[in-house]
Design a protein around this ligand. Structure first.
Ligand code: SF4
Ligand code: FES
Length: 247
């Protein structure tokens, strides 16, 4: 496949970015999108140009690092996949592909396609944890019976990989889907009850402080989420927030 790539290039948050145009040829339809980016970078290095900076790690849909906005879609075309799981067979020979970073005030561009998602870590530090009594008489977690429905819902919420596609997709750059998944994975389990009163309030307040926008129920986050995190979690988080605010 021969392709024209329009790639966002930017030297940090203080500088203005721009689209640069590159041609790549003889790309196998079976190569992954990130392998295609590797080929582009090898080509740029051979030409004495600076390679495109982009995030990646596991390359199997687990780590949530590969954050690219491809042809106006977070993680590009295809349902329930991350950028590293996207293959070039989804495109046609001769296509022009636009590649941009996540765009959100709370995710400042570090370089080219790499953004700083440290705000997610700070939200987790504000409440995304459980405390365990290690005084010597700790109860074995496996000995606590949990309703199968709750266990399944908690597991589904815990599959959020923190990629940030929900924020990038949302017209308000809201992080509600991410935060609600993290609140829900604890709210549904007995182990999460120790901090239950403060968790949602602390995490939501941190989310606002970090500059994410408000949720206006458009649902784009759920559509683009590679893990299919449900909007039901946002409703649960709002209930947890209310309970925490009045207790
Ligand atoms: S909710 Fe989905 S889109 Fe948002 S960070 Fe988690 S996995 Fe990514
Ligand atoms: S590189 Fe890990 S999810 Fe894509």
């Amino acid at each position: 496949m021969n392709l024209t790539l329009k790639v966002w290039r930017q030297n940090g948050n203080k500088e203005k970015g721009r689209m640069e145009t590159y041609q790549v040829s003889d790309i196998s339809p079976d190569s992954s999108f990130l392998e295609m980016m590797d080929i582009l970078n090898e080509q740029l290095i051979e030409e004495g140009k600076e390679p495109v900076a982009f995030d990646h790690d596991c390359r199997e849909g687990i780590c949530g690092m590969c954050s690219m906005y491809i042809n106006g879609e977070a993680h590009g075309p295809g349902d329930r996949i991350t950028t590293c799981q996207l293959h070039m067979r989804e495109f046609n020979d001769g296509d022009t592909i636009h590649i941009e970073p996540w765009r959100a005030k709370a995710f400042p561009v570090i370089k080219d396609l790499v953004v700083d998602r440290g705000a997610f870590d700070r939200i987790m530090a504000a409440g995304g944890f459980v405390s365990v009594n290690t005084s010597g008489n700790t109860q074995d977690a496996n000995a606590i019976p949990i309703d199968k429905n709750d266990a399944d819902k908690a597991f589904d919420a815990a599959t959020c990989i923190g990629c940030g596609a929900c924020v990038a997709t949302c017209k308000n750059a809201s992080a509600m889907l991410f935060v609600s998944a993290k609140v829900s994975q604890f709210a549904l389990l007995p182990q999460g009850q120790v901090e239950a009163r403060e968790r949602a309030v602390n995490m939501v307040n941190k989310m606002d402080e970090e500059g994410f926008g408000n949720c206006t129920n458009t649902g784009a986050c759920e559509v683009e989420c590679p893990k299919g995190i449900s909007l039901e979690n946002i409703a649960r988080m709002n209930r947890e927030y209310l309970k925490g605010s009045i207790s």
